[in-house]
Design a protein. Structure first.
Length: 137
């Protein structure tokens, strides 16, 4: 995983996590990287502060960062409902006001996520896969 400092055309700065630089470029080209503040997909890598070593190996630092990110995702999902493959339908219904707004997570294809984004409906991909509740022991 690599973390990039990013900025949108409106000047908002934010971080993005990617497998590598090529993954960032591919997602950016597909307009899948959006500003969390305004939704703009006109995103560029921003000038970032150089990393100063902590004395840990890259593998150790990466493990700590991934563990922290996993804890953040778990915390975020505590108050979220799994909707499975109905994610795009439910998100659209909430945006249109035909369903009460709630925090949900589920599955969506890249095409469904892009359509939601193109219609101004903010969605966020999760960094780690989620096991559907029916598959848990």
């Amino acid at each position: 995983m690599i973390v990039f400092d990013l900025s949108c055309s409106a000047g908002h700065r934010f971080e993005g996590w990617f497998a590598d630089a090529a993954a960032f470029e591919a997602q950016r080209a597909g307009e899948l990287v959006g500003c969390p503040m305004c939704g703009s997909t006109e995103v560029e890598r921003a000038i970032s502060v150089p990393r100063i070593g902590s004395g840990k190996s890259d593998g150790e630092e990466r493990g700590v960062a991934l563990a922290k990110l996993a804890r953040m995702q778990a915390t975020m999902l505590k108050n979220s409902s799994w909707v499975g493959g109905q994610f795009a339908v439910r998100a659209r219904a909430m945006a249109e006001g035909s369903e009460p707004v709630a925090t949900i997570h589920g599955r969506a294809t890249v095409g469904e996520a892009k359509a939601l984004h193109d219609d101004g409906i903010a969605v966020l991909p999760l960094p780690f896969p989620v096991v559907p509740p029916e598959r848990l022991n």
